[in-house]
Write a protein that binds this ligand. Structure first.
Ligand code: PLP
Length: 422
């Protein structure tokens, strides 16, 4: 978004829809054409497009500050370290962590969940203990827990979903017991758009002193997250879903918990002293960042946070809510379309099936129209099993999407009905 447009929009001179046209100019990908048609990018839950400020920040780091961090006394290394640590501070402020020491740079949400499963949960689990998750989790918030449960003889318990795609909260509460050693839940479902009542889930877990991790991969790009207000123990998210670079993300962890956790991986950067007899580990977050980190990625991540804060998460959420309501009504009006996931509180994800047309055919035909959506199981096969479908088509919206793009999706679906009948 251009600076003037941001200022105008923030003081309410521009209606939100007009500001979106300005925002789109910040994203080079909005200029792309596929098959000669303007790209309508509706696959934001998979990954988001990047504003020029993010691309420039990363390029600028390679051009002017490229050196390793924390190790050198020379000017470039000092500059690189300052840029890397400043990105950590930005990410910490973005989710209102109490301190930058509570932010560990990781490869992404998957890496963050594996870190907590391997370093935190493993040591707390005895045979017969339990970990509780929900029926709407992404595979990356299922498999790491399965691995650690298998290793320790513990059991994974799953709170089921209802017909709309909401977690059955009575069952969730019932599953928590003295055997539960960890809870891990998504803030927002990537396959259904369901916004989980994480405040209540955290409360219920903490009533029993059970630590809880929130998978925030689909929440942070769309709504203001305050980890202190939530009171969660861990919060995991990925830069690439929030308009930043791929290959970097963050694990927020309460400092007292991180400080008591053993390293996840060994190597350079994560130590205080090393001898062949004994190694002393660095304090967190360095303890969990073995090896040369993704420095350029972290710098781009910081620029993405700057960008989101300039627009304002409250305004983003309000705009996307309005766009979701529009898109929901439009899709429901297409004969043969069945929405999968109609939770009471939803983020801007529309999963659907149309007649008995295979999702891959839907995706391919829409692609020919320049409309990019995702098809398949969305790394959430248990969700597909719950709804009795092998796959869905999924349009996922961001603040740079427009009603006109939703209309193009609907026109594409009409073409699909013509081709396949119905
Ligand atoms: N959790 C959710 C809810 C997701 O949507 C995703 C990615 O789609 C992930 C976790 C994994 O994120 P990443 O692939 O960036 O590690």
């Amino acid at each position: 978004m251009t600076t003037d447009a941001v200022a105008d929009a923030q003081i309410g001179r521009l209606p939100v829809a007009l500001a979106v046209e300005e925002i789109r100019r910040d994203f080079p990908a909005m200029e792309l054409k596929v098959y000669g048609k303007p790209l309508a990018y509706l696959d934001n839950a998979a990954t988001s497009q990047k504003p020029r400020s993010v691309i420039d920040a990363e390029a600028h780091w390679y051009l002017e500050s490229c050196a390793n961090v924390h190790r050198g006394v020379h000017a470039l290394s000092v500059r690189a370290t300052a840029a890397y640590e400043s990105a950590r501070q930005k990410v910490a402020s973005f989710v209102n962590a109490a301190s930058a020491r509570e932010i560990v740079f990781v490869k992404g949400t998957t890496d963050a969940v594996n870190l907590v499963a391997g370093s935190f949960a493993r040591g707390r689990l005895d045979p017969g203990d339990e970990i509780v998750i929900t029926g709407l989790e992404h595979h990356s918030n299922i498999v790491p827990w399965q691995l650690v449960c298998e290793d320790r003889g513990a059991k994974l318990r799953v709170a089921r979903l209802d017909d709309r795609g909401d977690v059955d909260m009575e069952e969730f509460a019932r599953l928590l017991s003295e055997r539960t050693k960890m809870v891990a839940v998504s803030h927002v479902s990537n396959a259904l758009g369901t916004i989980n009542p994480v405040e209540r889930m955290i409360e219920l877990a903490h009533e029993r002193d059970i630590p809880i991790l929130i998978d925030g991969a689909q929440a942070v790009p769309h709504k203001k997250v305050d980890v202190q207000a939530l009171g969660c123990d861990f919060y995991a998210f990925s830069s690439h879903k929030m308009f930043g670079p791929t290959g970097v993300g963050a694990l927020y962890g309460r400092h007292d918990l991180l400080a008591a956790m053993p390293p996840y991986q060994g190597g350079g950067e994560m130590i205080r002293t090393v001898s062949f007899e004994r190694t002393e580990y660095a304090e967190p977050p360095a303890r969990f960042e073995a090896g040369t980190p993704n420095i350029a990625g972290a710098v781009g991540f910081g620029a993405a946070v700057d960008y989101l804060e300039r627009i304002g998460l409250d305004r983003i959420e309000a705009y996307e809510d309005e766009l979701l309501a529009y898109a929901t009504a439009e899709l429901e009006a297409v004969p043969g379309v069945r929405l999968i996931g109609t939770a009471r509180r939803k983020a801007a994800v529309l999963s659907f099936v149309i007649g008995d047309v295979h999702a891959h055919d839907v995706g391919t035909i829409l692609d020919q129209e320049g409309v990019a959506i995702r098809t398949g199981h969305h790394c959430a096969q248990p969700v597909m099993q719950h709804f009795g479908v092998p796959a869905t088509s999924r349009a996922s919206l961001a603040f740079y999407n427009t009603r006109e793009e939703v209309d193009r999706l609907v026109v594409g679906l009409d073409k699909i009905r013509e081709v396949f009948g119905g």
